[in-house]
Design a protein around this ligand. Structure first.
Ligand code: PMP
Length: 443
C-alpha cells in the first residue's frame, strides 16, 4: 500500500490531507490554505468550526449521542422538528429525519407512494423530474436524477422515471423575466402528465433553484406557481428538493418561499447540518402524514434517523444563522459576488452566463456567447479550471451541465459568513485561475 490509501472514493485522484478548518478557510497538513468558495459541496453554510455549534455538540455528547427512534424520542430531535415545522410553509408540520439528502429524497418518494396507497390510488407510482437535475445517488433518488454520467451505468437496475426539460431559459435563448417563458416550461409538465396518464403520476420533484446539475438555475417568471397549479389539477404531489437551495444561503430557510409556493413535501440536508454532523430531513404536510397513519403505514426508516447529536448541531446552526444575521448577509454578499462575476464577462469572452440567487452563484463557459455553444469537450474545462483555482487556493464546484456530454458550469457558493474582503479574494484567485485556463486552452 506504499503511497496508496485504503480509502475508496471511486477515483484514483489523491487530495491533500486536511489539518484544520475555520470560518471560510481550510488548511492542509503542509500549511497550505484554501478559501472554501463552495462550502464543500454547498454544505458548510455557517463556515467551519463555529464555537457555538461545537459547544452545543459537546453539551449533547455529555448527555447521549444515540437513541434509537423506535425505543426513545430525544429532546434535540423534537426541538429541531418543531423549529423546522415553524420555518416551513403553513401545513408542512411533520419532520422525518435522515442522515443526508439522498435519504431525504428516498423518503419523499416512498411517503408519496404510501399516501397514494392510503387514498386508494395504488395505480399512481410515476415521479416526474427534470433533465438535468440531481436528487441523489441511491437507486430511488437516482431514478429521478437527470445526469447521465451518474445514471447511465445503473440504468438496468432502476425504474425509468419520466423527465421533462429543466427551464434553462438562457440556454434556449428565452427571457427569464417573461411569464411566457415560465409558462412554456411549466406546460411541459402538464403535457407529460397527460402523456403518461394522470392516474399513474404520483409526484413531481423539483429543485426550486437548481444546484449541482444545472448550476444555480433560477426559475423563469411564473414557473413555480404554474407548476403548483398543474400538480393540483391532476392530484400530483409536489416535492421541493431544497437540499442545496434550503438552509439560508438564498436568503430564506426555503428557496420556494421566494415564490410563495407551498409544496406538499420538502427535502433538506446539507446547509441545515452545515457539515457539523450528517443531517437531513423530509418535511411533509401534516395531512399527508396523518392520512398515511390513518389508512396504512409507512414502512421505511433509517437507523440514524433523528440522531440527537446531529439534531443538537442542527439546532445550533439555525441559531447561528438567525442570531448572526447570516441570511441578510448572504443576500448582500451574494449581490456583490454576482456583480463581480458578471464583470468578469467583460474580460473573458468565454463566460457565457452568470446566474444564481443569494450565495448560490454560478457561471457557465461557452465557445461562443451568441450561440451559447459549449467549449469543446476535449478541453475538459470543468476539471481544468477547478484544478487551476485549487492551485490558487480557491475551491469552486463544477459539473458538466448539459446532460454530461458538454457544457461546463462552476458554482461559487462560499459560507454565509463571507466578508467583502473575502469576496475580493475569491475574485482575485478566480481571475488568476481563469487567466491560466485561458492561456492553456488558447482562448
Ligand atoms: N438533492 C439535491 C438537490 C442535491 O444537491 C443532493 C446532493 N448534491 C442530494 C439531493 C443528495 O444529497 P446527499 O449527497 O447528501 O445524499
Amino acid at each position: 500500500m506504499d503511497g496508496q490509501t485504503r480509502l475508496f472514493y471511486g477515483t484514483r485522484r489523491r487530495r491533500p490531507k486536511l489539518a484544520r478548518a475555520e470560518g471560510a478557510y481550510i488548511w492542509d497538513v503542509d500549511g497550505r490554505r484554501w478559501l472554501d468558495g463552495s462550502s464543500g459541496a454547498m454544505v458548510c453554510n455557517i463556515g467551519h468550526s463555529n464555537p457555538r455549534v461545537l459547544d452545543a455538540m459537546r453539551a449533547q455528547m455529555e448527555i447521549a449521542t444515540f437513541g434509537y427512534r423506535l425505543h426513545f424520542e430525544t429532546e434535540p430531535s423534537e426541538r429541531l422538528a418543531d423549529r423546522l415545522a415553524q420555518a416551513a410553509p403553513d401545513g408542512l408540520g411533520r419532520v422525518f429525519f435522515t442522515s443526508g439528502g439522498s435519504e431525504a429524497v428516498e423518503s419523499a418518494l416512498k411517503l408519496a407512494r404510501s399516501h397514494a396507497l392510503a387514498v386508494g390510488q395504488g395505480q399512481r407510482w410515476k415521479v416526474i423530474s427534470r433533465f438535468p437535475a440531481y436528487h441523489g445517488c441511491t437507486l430511488g433518488a437516482l431514478s429521478v436524477t437527470g445526469y447521465a454520467p451518474m445514471t447511465a451505468p445503473y440504468a438496468p437496475m432502476m425504474v425509468q422515471m419520466p423527465k421533462i426539460p429543466a427551464p434553462r431559459a438562457w440556454l434556449d435563448g428565452r427571457p427569464l423575466d417573461d411569464p411566457a417563458t415560465g409558462q412554456h416550461y411549466a406546460d411541459m409538465l402538464e403535457a407529460r402528465i397527460l402523456e403518461e396518464g394522470p392516474e399513474t403520476v404520483l409526484a413531481f420533484i423539483v429543485e426550486p433553484v437548481g444546484g449541482a446539475s444545472t448550476g444555480a438555475l433560477v426559475p423563469p417568471a411564473g414557473y413555480m406557481a404554474r407548476i403548483r397549479d398543474i400538480c393540483d389539477r391532476y392530484g400530483v404531489l409536489l416535492i421541493h428538493d431544497e437540499v442545496i437551495s434550503g438552509g439560508g444561503r438564498l436568503g430564506r430557510w426555503f428557496a420556494g418561499d421566494h415564490w410563495g409556493v407551498v409544496p406538499d413535501m420538502i427535502t433538506i440536508s446539507k446547509g441545515f447540518g452545515s457539515g457539523y454532523m450528517p443531517l437531513g430531513a423530509l418535511i411533509a404536510k401534516d395531512s399527508i402524514a396523518e392520512t398515511v397513519l390513518d389508512h396504512g403505514s409507512y414502512p421505511h426508516g433509517f437507523t440514524y434517523a433523528g440522531n440527537p447529536l446531529a439534531c443538537a448541531a442542527g439546532l445550533a446552526v439555525m441559531d447561528v444563522i438567525e442570531d448572526d444575521g447570516l441570511m441578510p448577509n448572504a443576500m448582500a454578499m451574494g449581490e456583490q459576488l454576482a456583480a463581480r462575476l458578471r464583470a468578469l464577462m467583460q474580460r473573458y469572452g468565454f463566460i457565457g452566463d452568470v446566474r444564481g440567487m443569494g450565495l448560490l452563484q454560478a457561471f457557465e463557459l461557452v465557445s461562443d456567447r451568441d450561440s451559447r455553444a459549449p467549449l469543446p469537450a476535449a478541453l475538459n474545462a470543468y476539471d481544468t479550471l477547478v484544478e487551476a483555482a485549487y492551485d490558487e487556493g480557491l475551491i469552486i464546484y463544477a459539473r458538466r451541465s448539459r446532460g454530461g456530454h458538454s457544457g461546463d458550469h462552476f458554482i461559487v457558493a462560499p459560507p454565509m459568513i463571507v466578508t467583502e474582503a473575502q469576496i475580493d479574494e475569491i475574485i482575485e484567485k478566480l481571475t488568476r485561475a481563469l487567466d491560466r485556463f485561458a492561456q492553456g486552452a488558447g482562448l
